[in-house]
Design a protein. Sequence first.
Length: 363
Amino acid sequence: MRTCLLVGGCAAILAGPAWAQSSVTLYGSIDVGVDFVSNSQGKHLYQESSGKRQPDRWGLLIKEDLGGGNSAFARLESGLLTNTGAQINPTSFFNRNAYVGLENDRFGSLSFGNINDYIYQYVGRLNNSVPGISSFYTPGNLDGLANTHALNNAVKYESINFHGFQLGAMNAFGNQAGDFSAGRQYSVGAQYSSGTVNFGIAYTMSHNRTADIFGTFSLNSLLGQPLRQGTMFNASRYSTLAAGASVKIGIFTPHVTYSGVDLKNAQGSAKLNNYQAGVNTELVGGLGFFILGLSVDHSLFQGLTINQYNLFLTDYLSKRTQVYAGVGLQHASGPGARAAQFGYQPSSTGSQTVARIGLNHMF
């Protein structure tokens, strides 16, 4: 999925004088498709959009062997919208990743910069959206299983991979004089990965972070804060605990994920619980040319219940290119409930269906 451009003159320009073996990898993903939404603010919607299977992005991974089991590395990664050519975040060019670090083959790695937390890194790859489309994530992606909330000013430690086990911790500084906790974030996690069994667990705490509660649940207030379109909920403490697992049994790969989001301010706390389960099936012998995925989501928040049922089919034309189709049916119940699948405008009712056909190429 990634094309390694072995150095020569390019590495000398990007990495400076090369005293040991170095490499630069250019990688990315281009994903465009057509969506149908049964109810988008009261109307049917047909649209072309990008990044719904894999986020559209390009990046550079730079590595240099320093000898003695030590190496230096850096990553710069930027998101984009293929259907318009626009930068996904106009205020931050390398908005997905921007970090530099050192690694030792016995003690692990230490990196500094704008880095994804362990919720995304260790658990995000195990949930219903893999394989799938972005609307299969939990409501509003408030748990961060999708890569939409990298931690700025972060210092990250990650252990070596020891027989499939790996763990890490990171701290993101708030950079506010006289108040160390203001804006501070930290994350810890552990994972195990083998050819058959995969497991991940992670916890992230953020101080002074916002959440789009109105856009996700259509609530007019939460914990004493009035809400409306474009007004974010301000949480003094925003914590997320997530865990996921999958196991390969022949041509079947069942998987489960749990995430709990706790939002707190001076008035109290509100808890969002998300439960996901599903199974992916290789349809052609065990060669994996076709993957069929079935899954279900169940979420509970402030008297609201949200259930979603997902179906996904992908045809791997090659290791880098796939044609796919997916559909998600969401039903929300409770006071004033309106369905709203992640990445789409809310329905005017408690039901919403999102269907998509797309093409994804990775390089």
